[in-house]
Design a protein around this ligand. Structure first.
Ligand code: GDP
Ligand code: MG
Length: 196
């Protein structure tokens, strides 16, 4: 284990100084109202729970560097899925540009959960040959009395769709840091297996 982490760190420092390879474009998708922008705002440090500064690159693009497992990673987070002003092309754009995806639904809204499945299928179709890291995110876990989708259902869906699963609450900031650390780990797992 020591040897593996040592060698991956040393090779990574070479890569990151040469090509900025530890920078990941992560895209938030999911039905309107499920909490994508709330999660993005926490990431951006609007409520300031994660300790590093964030650069706002545009109206709905945020950049932040996190330490994950002793290695820094920069996430460029795109929250433009609901940006209707720009027209429908923005959704095609979102489907193409992500290196990783957070598919968000609300645990209080079954329709948003079903929409998440649809989005997973669309994404698979749009990026057929790629093994894209995805986390299925059941947000609003604080609203226990309004729950319409059980944890077991969320987890089972993630198994079917071959992705990770987490429940979060943007309102009480539960599991949000873990979510962003999780997506970094998913990207790294694929990167490391490619390097072998
Ligand atoms: P978006 O349309 O996906 O970007 O969703 P928003 O982030 O705009 O959130 C929609 C509404 O849900 C807002 O009123 C938020 O305050 C609320 N909301 C978002 N996340 C949570 C959460 O985790 N718990 C609760 N109780 N409300 C939330
Ligand atoms: Mg939004």
């Amino acid at each position: 284990y020591y040897r593996r982490s040592w060698s991956s760190e040393s090779s990574d420092s070479v890569i990151s100084s040469e090509s900025g390879n530890n920078c990941y474009r992560v895209v938030l998708i999911g039905e309107h109202g499920v909490g994508k922008s709330s999660l993005a705002n926490i990431f951006a440090g609007v409520h300031d729970s994660i300790d590093s500064d964030c650069e706002v690159l545009g109206e709905d693009t945020y950049e932040r560097t996190l330490m994950v497992d002793g290695e820094s990673a920069t996430i460029i987070l795109l929250d433009m899925w609901d940006n209707k002003r720009e027209g429908e092309w923005i959704r095609d754009h979102c489907m193409q540009v992500g290196e990783a995806y957070l598919i968000v639904y609300s645990i209080t809204d079954r329709a948003s959960f079903e929409k998440a499945s649809e989005l997973r299928i669309q994404l698979r179709r749009a990026r057929q040959k790629e093994d894209i890291p995805i986390i299925l995110v059941g947000n609003k876990s604080d609203l226990v009395r309004c729950r319409e989708v059980s944890v077991a259902e969320g987890r089972a869906c993630a198994v079917v769709f071959d992705c990770k699963f987490i429940e979060t609450s943007a309102a009480v900031q539960h599991n949000v840091k873990e979510l962003f650390e999780g997506i970094v780990r998913q990207v790294r797992l694929r990167r490391d297996s490619k390097e072998k």
